[in-house]
Design a binder for this molecule. Structure first.
Ligand code: ATP
Ligand code: MG
Length: 346
């Protein structure tokens, strides 16, 4: 509800605002929904003047419908799809992380959320040569692990350092610092965070739940309000600055015992795409047998299930190895070939 103020639009001066208030018309909504002829008589103002004010206010405050064709054009011209560097995850994400959107990885402790975030940061920085913001709220960020992943991509030390420099890390351990950090990034248009003039294409927050979950529940609802502020600033960042936002979330169990992402129903509407990561039980899964042939440690095998998407049918499940980003190019090529064969068999 927007309160009428003098100067909001041409013709709306202090006298007119006072007269309108006297006639109990205080907001833009009141003005556009009242009978203008009656109002003109009550306020002794010309109908024409009121009509002109209403037309401008309507133009300023109403949401204009946009056609699907216009939105599709906008999508083609502004959206980039950033590969995660991992073919299984890219398959679930319909090619990768979309700029302008929030994607969520959820999973229990040790399910590999941070490892995936590191891998994505390395791939976007090294292969796609784009800047990345990494907001670490758990203290789990490990530069040496990133370097380890980079060393498999290139042996050139300068290239490794350039890629690390394109990843700007913020460490924040409470929700207020997180909001400060995200609002700060928005207010300078993500400029300060860009290295060498390139733009920031991915913002990773690992994890949102670590700083939001402790404030939820109980009698107070500040937690919900702070969570919606985090959601709002992430959305603004993704849309206005055209970046892909990747966030991580913990998991809870539903009443039927199934794993589900945390932070409740309100948060569930925020990410456009949600993936659930789980450890793979050792046994007879396709990945386990592939692991045996590829000499891969089974402890690093994970399953990723698509649990929310507006592009692909949900509950598609992929199995993958957390070590993928640490493999050499040759190992990746042969892994990719094997995966294509498995996909065509199934
Ligand atoms: N250097 C490494 N090489 C290969 N795998 C590793 C390496 N470091 C950790 N891992 C694997 O990643 C797992 C931990 O994953 P990660 O830290 O990403 O979990 P997480 O989902 O972020 O957990 P949390 O919720 O506690 O933050 C370990 O159990 C191990 O299997
Ligand atoms: Mg983690």
């Amino acid at each position: 509800m927007v309160v009428l103020r003098a100067g909001m639009c041409p013709g709306l001066d202090e006298d007119l605002v006072r007269d309108l208030r006297a006639a109990d018309v205080k907001t833009v909504e009141d003005l556009v929904s009242c009978n203008l002829e009656e109002l003109a008589q009550r306020c002794s103002v010309s109908y024409k003047a009121l009509f002109a004010v209403r037309r401008v206010l309507l133009a300023q405050h109403s949401a204009f419908p946009v056609s699907g064709a216009d939105l599709y054009e906008e999508l083609l011209s502004s959206t980039a799809i950033l590969s995660t560097g991992n073919p299984s995850l890219d398959k679930l994400l319909d090619s990768g992380l979309y700029t302008g959107e929030i994607t969520e990885l959820s999973g229990g402790p040790g399910s590999g959320k941070s490892q995936v975030c590191f891998g994505v940061a390395v791939h976007v920085s090294q292969q796609l040569k784009q800047n990345v913001i990494y907001v670490d709220t758990t203290g789990g960020f490990t530069a040496s692990r990133l370097l380890q992943m980079l060393q498999t991509e290139t042996s050139d030390k300068e290239e490794q350092m350039a890629a690390l420099q394109r990843i700007r890390v913020f460490r924040v351990f409470d929700v207020f610092s997180l909001l400060d950090c995200l609002f700060g990034l928005c207010s300078d248009g993500l400029q300060q965070a860009s290295v060498g003039g390139g733009s920031v294409k991915a913002v990773i927050v690992d994890s949102v739940s670590a700083v939001v979950a402790p404030l939820l529940g109980g009698k107070h609802n500040e937690g919900m309000s702070l969570m919606s502020q985090v959601a709002g600033v992430l959305r603004t960042m993704a849309k206005d600055f055209n970046v892909a936002a990747l966030v991580t979330n913990y998991v809870t169990r539903s009443s039927s015992g199934e794993l589900q992402p945390g932070l409740g129903v309100s948060w569930s509407h925020i990410p456009r795409t949600r993936i659930l990561l789980e450890r793979l039980e050792e046994g007879t899964t396709a990945a386990s047998s592939a692991a045996a042939t590829a000499d891969v440690s089974r402890s690093s095998l994970r399953s990723a299930t698509l649990i929310k998407s507006s592009r692909q049918p949900c509950l598609i499940r992929e199995e993958f190895d957390l070590q993928w980003w640490s493999r050499s190019k040759d190992q990746k090529t042969s892994g990719l070939k094997r995966k294509r064969e498995e996909d065509s068999d199934s």
